[in-house]
Write a protein that binds this ligand. Structure first.
Ligand SMILES: Nc1nc2c(ncn2[C@@H]2O[C@H](COP(=O)(O)OP(=O)(O)O)[C@@H](O)[C@H]2O)c(=O)[nH]1
Ligand SMILES: Nc1ncnc2c1ncn2[C@@H]1O[C@H](COP(=O)(O)OP(=O)(O)O)[C@@H](O)[C@H]1O
Length: 351
């Protein structure tokens, strides 16, 4: 072996990277196309909404994780058509009315919004249901899952651990809905620093006296818990107003008026029908096809034989890919030219 080659081999240091994201389930085979910062993977013989995946190698999310963990990182993400509407992050002190405002919004626009169900180590309140209001969990389990990278953000609030799992946000986006997160100021700061682009809204009480009254009237906390929440409220309001995390500050004095202002800033005041938003990609491809890459276009040439032979092209545009919530690569677009003639249920090897 030439000396130069031997030296090169010696210089290569193989490392086992930390793998983030959920691995795609096994399939009959797959094909890969290297892009600038990730590898496009087409799965063979899988469901239409599970065909396009990416292994992120050098995306913003991967670089951020490398900094946090101090190791090499790669991340799996699923390909999704178009761009999801920006999630809405709502923060504010306990008792200010976040939950009430979110419920009103979701009731009025049930097909538009979905709630990000957080994990918490606090005990459920009387009417709260596991999996609906929160995923109630044990501290040791949640800490383990945080270490495994399953959380977009987490924070210790009023003596308990709270966190938004990546999955909680993905589930809403996959349902084609706009995600609403009810999280504290620390959590909002973490999301602001993450790759998830969102709108940040801070809800302020009209006065501390009114906040105390609302908390007491709600009747869900012990005296000790109420006092702790009120003590924390001062710092939260201070940070909410001054930290520049938030795009909007809303005062929740009169509930109806605040609801109207919230709708207005989300562009819903003269809302008629829901705008189209993204969903999982659903392309049907025959087994027999070839693939080429020209600039930012992946051209999939499908040749269907059978009774009636037909040719079709699928053009996959990867020019404006975006890692939205970790776990999804958004911004894919595709165009199918011609119609398929028979049994279209797989993706074959790319060449
Ligand atoms: N960082 C973070 N905060 C959360 C999350 N879920 C809820 N919180 C915040 O935790 C705080 C306490 O929530 P909760 O126990 O439901 O009490 P409440 O605010 O009085 O209704 C609130 O400020 C929530 O916004 C989460 O996933 N992450
Ligand atoms: N604008 C308002 N005026 C009076 N009471 C309110 C208003 N907004 C919310 N509330 C009441 O205050 C209490 C706390 O509201 P909640 O939505 O649980 O707050 P948070 O989720 O911020 O802790 C609830 O009993 C709710 O009905």
């Amino acid at each position: 072996m030439e000396l130069a080659k031997q030296l090169l081999l010696l210089a290569i240091r193989w490392v086992r990277p930390t793998v983030r994201g959920t691995k795609p389930v096994l399939c009959n085979g797959l094909s890969a196309v290297p892009l600038e910062d990730r590898i496009l993977i087409l799965k063979k013989g899988s469901k239409p909404d599970d065909r396009i995946w990416f292994l992120e190698i050098d995306t913003q999310y991967v670089r951020q994780q490398q900094k946090i963990l101090g190791t090499e990182v790669v991340a799996w993400s699923k390909g999704v058509i178009g761009n999801a509407e920006k999630p809405v992050v709502i923060s504010g002190p306990s008792g200010v009315g976040k939950g009430t405002l979110i419920s009103m919004l979701m009731k009025e626009f049930p097909s538009m919004f979905g709630f990000s169900v957080s994990h918490t180590t606090r005990a459920p309140r009387g009417i709260e249901k596991d999996g609906v209001h929160y995923h109630f969990t044990e501290k040791s389990i949640m800490e383990k899952e945080i270490k495994e990278g399953k959380f977009l953000e987490f924070a210790s609030v009023h003596g308990n651990l709270y966190g938004t799992s990546v999955e909680a946000v993905e589930l809403v986006a996959d349902a084609g809905k706009r995600c609403i997160l009810d999280i504290d100021v620390q959590g909002a700061r973490s999301v602001r620093a993450s790759t998830l682009e969102a709108i940040f809204i801070f809800i302020c009480p009209p006065s501390m006296e009114e906040l105390e009254k609302r908390l007491r009237d709600r009747g869900t906390e012990t005296e000790e818990q109420i006092l702790k929440r009120l003590r924390n409220a001062d710092a939260e309001i201070e940070q909410g107003k001054s930290s520049q995390i938030f795009d909007f500050i809303l005062y929740n004095d009169n509930l109806e008026e605040c609801h109207e202002r919230l709708k207005k800033l989300l562009g819903l005041d003269d809302f008629v029908t829901a705008p189209p938003i993204s969903g999982p990609i659903e392309i049907d491809l025959p087994m027999d096809h070839s693939v080429s890459k020209i600039d930012n276009k992946i051209i999939i040439n499908c040749i269907s034989s059978g009774e009636k032979e037909s040719k079709n092209l699928v053009i996959l545009d990867v020019s404006s890919l975006k890692g939205g919530a970790p776990g999804r690569t958004r911004g894919l677009n595709f165009q199918a030219i011609g119609s398929f003639s028979n049994g279209l249920n797989g993706i074959d090897q790319l060449s």
